[in-house]
Design a protein around this ligand. Structure first.
Ligand code: EPU
Length: 336
């Protein structure tokens, strides 16, 4: 185990925030991780670094989870069960599944980050959430060093949420995720408007998994900034869920307000729309700002400080509260 001193974390977080890690270690096996947690309890985890905003130097030992490997556990004519280690890159794994015609993850193409963090916030896009394919999550318990297995049910998945963001927060280090994917009779999901129009613009009427993945990649590239070019963490806020009553009042004032029905009494409203209406879309302040094509995404154009971006986020929250009386919840982990 090679503990390095004074390492910049700029390359390890998709926001590209330049903070210092006093001590840093890359971990490549579960065994190594189990040994480490026996000696070190004050640790700060970084995997793909795609859902965090770093606002200060890190004093704790930074543990970079770099455990690689994909294995097929079981397969029959219809399904395949795959276990993927936490350090595998999410999008590369999705592309591998698409190339083998394993269905279920194609709508989640091009999401930044690593496999080990996908269950934590239950990543979702274009009508699909990762929880629909997860069968098991394995994690090392920091307190004991034991490897613990969680069924999908035990993960308590919800919209951009799981037990690892709530009761189990800070207690486990995820080491692998198991998926059940289809080999036949794929449950294709093209209901999300933009996918349908992207496919029909190409004249595709009976799409394959690859067609859907390609469509999602095209849509994402047209709306969302590539973290390799402009630092960002995807959606900075969650889409707020409001009461139907409150929605109807808003709709009178803003007849074009987009919405998704959640239940008889609740409506989800896109945060991106609210932020755009408040005039923040495309606004740049020095080296940071709000993305010009998707207002839900805050960006770092180069050398922004995490604190500056967090302040902007708070200003946006306050403005949305003042204009719409809606509380916007931050989706990204603010490290302060
Ligand atoms: N909209 C605007 N202005 C904007 C952005 C969006 O008016 O600047 C409107 C759009 O016109 C559309 C609606 O808001 O009517 C929804 O927009 P979009 O389809 O882009 O999706 P979203 O609700 O803004 C969510 C996820 C994204 C995911 C997309 C597609 C959340 C917080 N975000 O965004 O997830 O890619 O749907 O499924 O749920 C992420 O989590 O990092 C992420 C990018």
């Amino acid at each position: 185990m090679n503990i390095q001193k004074n390492i910049s974390l700029k390359e390890y977080n998709t926001f590209g925030i330049n903070v210092n890690a006093k001590r840093f270690v890359s971990i490549t096996s579960v065994y190594e991780l189990q040994q480490l947690v026996k000696e070190e309890k004050d640790i700060f985890l970084i995997s793909g670094g795609s859902n965090m905003l770093l606002t200060k130097d890190i004093e704790s030992l930074v543990v970079h989870i770099d455990i690689k490997g994909i294995s097929i556990n079981q397969e029959n004519l219809n399904d395949v069960h795959i276990t993927v280690n936490a350090g595998e890159n999410w999008h590369e794994f999705v592309l591998w599944c698409v190339s083998l015609n394993y269905g279920g993850l194609e709508n989640l193409s091009l999401i930044p980050g690593n496999v080990g963090t996908c269950p934590i916030q239950n990543i979702g896009a274009y009508g699909v959430e990762v929880k629909d394919t997860i069968t098991k999550v394995e994690a090392v318990e920091i307190e004991t060093g034991k490897l613990i297995s969680f069924t999908a049910e035990e993960c308590k998945f919800g919209y951009r949420s799981s037990i690892f963001k709530n009761n189990a927060k800070g207690k486990y280090i995820l080491t692998s995720v198991s998926f059940q994917l289809t080999k036949n009779s794929h449950k294709l999901n093209i209901s999300y408007g933009t996918i349908e129009s992207e496919l029909s613009s190409k004249g595709i009427t009976t799409p394959t998994i690859k067609d859907i993945s390609d469509a999602v990649i095209t849509i994402r590239k047209s709306k969302l900034p590539d973290p390799k070019e402009i630092g960002n963490s995807g959606s900075f806020f969650k889409n707020p869920v409001i009461s139907k009553k409150k929605f109807e009042i808003l709709q009178k004032k803003y007849p074009n307000i987009p919405s998704y029905v959640i239940s008889d009494t609740e409506i989800k409203v896109p945060a991106g729309w609210l932020i755009e209406q408040s005039g923040f879309k495309g606004k740049r302040f020095g080296d940071y700002g709000v993305h010009e094509k998707q207002a839900l995404v805050l960006v770092n154009y180069g050398n922004a400080k995490g604190k500056e971006i967090y302040k902007l986020a708070q200003k946006i929250q306050q403005t949305i509260k003042d204009i719409f009386n809606i509380n916007l919840e931050i989706e990204v982990n603010i490290i302060q």
